[in-house]
Design a protein around this ligand. Structure first.
Ligand SMILES: Nc1nc2c(c(=O)[nH]1)N[C@H]1C(S)=C(S)[C@@H](COP(=O)(O)O)O[C@H]1N2
Ligand SMILES: [Mo]
Length: 318
């Protein structure tokens, strides 16, 4: 039996690996130890199947308690696999994540069809702990693994006329039973303005909790845009198109009065059917009776992104 720091490989859960490193990262963030120490504990990850080793980025470390691995992987929105929160974990096993390609196209000098295993090596993988808040009023805190989407966009060399980025998810009824249900106009399509897409926070994401992405979380590659409502973070992406026009996005097409193109987390602008002032942190002590927490402007990332909207009326551009 392989021993790893005295712990049998099969006894270490992804969450334990993360918690051990988290203690160390806290020390590193407090002192001047630098990133290198975090690597010591990432060695635990070698004991995992599906492991994905990344260096923790202390710039994107939160003191919020991370949501449990179980909640992160069993309470999901992924309508291609059904509309219930429990459907994706039950149904996503039919998704085939290899072979997988991502086509980067449109107004770029260097269009390219990336194989997923090359794409994952384009830039060093970082672990970043981000809050993700769903427009439905709940939130999670998740240790994601990926790199800034800006790396990929720069490699494609956008042309002068480029203004937006469109993200298109897989829509294969053979692998995704929910696509037979016309709840949304498939394929699931999302979009960002080019400067939003280039912001360092926008993460092209390949894993979480030290592992490759579970299928229900959008394997093999998804977006995480932490200052926007969760639906902007498209899962299982197959195409990234650079355009000069605002892309038509799935949720805006289905209900334009409820979901705008920007969808920045904004406690001052309510959804037409409910308040956005507070949120429920999934897994918080007390369950559904846990006190709600205040939703922060831009989900707590105002310092990094508020400047992107300085001349805009965010009630109009919701
Ligand atoms: N392709 C696709 N991407 C999607 C969705 C979806 O239904 N299909 N749901 C979105 C919503 S509403 C949320 S809140 C997040 C949930 O991500 P998670 O399940 O990893 O927490 O994924 C987003 N990305
Ligand atoms: Mo959501």
């Amino acid at each position: 039996m392989t021993k790893n720091y005295g712990i049998t490989a099969s006894e270490i859960t992804p969450q334990e690996v993360f918690e051990k490193r988290r203690q160390l990262i806290k020390l590193a963030a407090a002192g001047a130890f630098g990133l290198a120490n975090a690597e010591v504990f990432s060695r635990h990850a070698f004991a995992q199947n599906n492991k994905l080793v990344a260096i923790a980025n202390p710039k994107y470390f939160l003191s919020d308690k991370p949501t449990s691995y179980k909640d992160v992987t069993s309470y999901n929105n992924f309508y291609e696999f059904g509309t219930d929160k429990s459907d994706p974990a039950r149904n996503a096993h039919t998704l085939k994540t290899r072979p997988w390609t991502v086509s980067v196209e449109g107004l770029v000098n260097k269009p390219k069809v990336w194989d997923i295993d090359s794409l994952i090596k384009l830039a060093p993988l970082e672990e970043r702990v981000y809050r993700l808040r769903c427009v439905e009023g709940w939130s999670m805190v998740i240790p994601w693994i990926g790199y800034s989407l800006a790396n990929l966009i720069k490699a494609a060399e956008p042309q002068g006329s480029a203004k937006y980025v469109e993200f298109i998810s897989l829509a294969d009824p053979k692998q995704m039973p929910g696509v037979n249900n016309r709840v949304l106009d498939w394929p699931y399509t999302e979009g960002l303005r080019l400067d939003e897409a280039m912001n360092d926070l926008t993460l092209l994401t390949f894993g979480l909790y030290g592992e490759i992405l579970p299928k229900q979380n959008g394997a093999p590659v998804r977006l995480v845009v932490p200052w926007k409502y969760g639906f902007k973070s498209a899962k299982s992406i197959v195409k990234i198109r650079i355009t000069d026009k605002e892309p038509a996005t799935s949720w805006k097409v289905s209900a334009p009065y409820e979901y705008g193109f920007y969808s920045n987390v904004n406690p001052a602008v309510n959804h037409p059917r409910w308040s956005q002032a507070t949120e429920r942190r999934i897994g918080a002590e007390g369950g559904i009776f846990a006190p709600k927490i205040k939703t922060l402007p831009f989900n707590g990332y105002a310092e990094q992104v508020a400047h992107l909207y300085k001349d805009m009326d965010l009630r109009k551009f919701f």
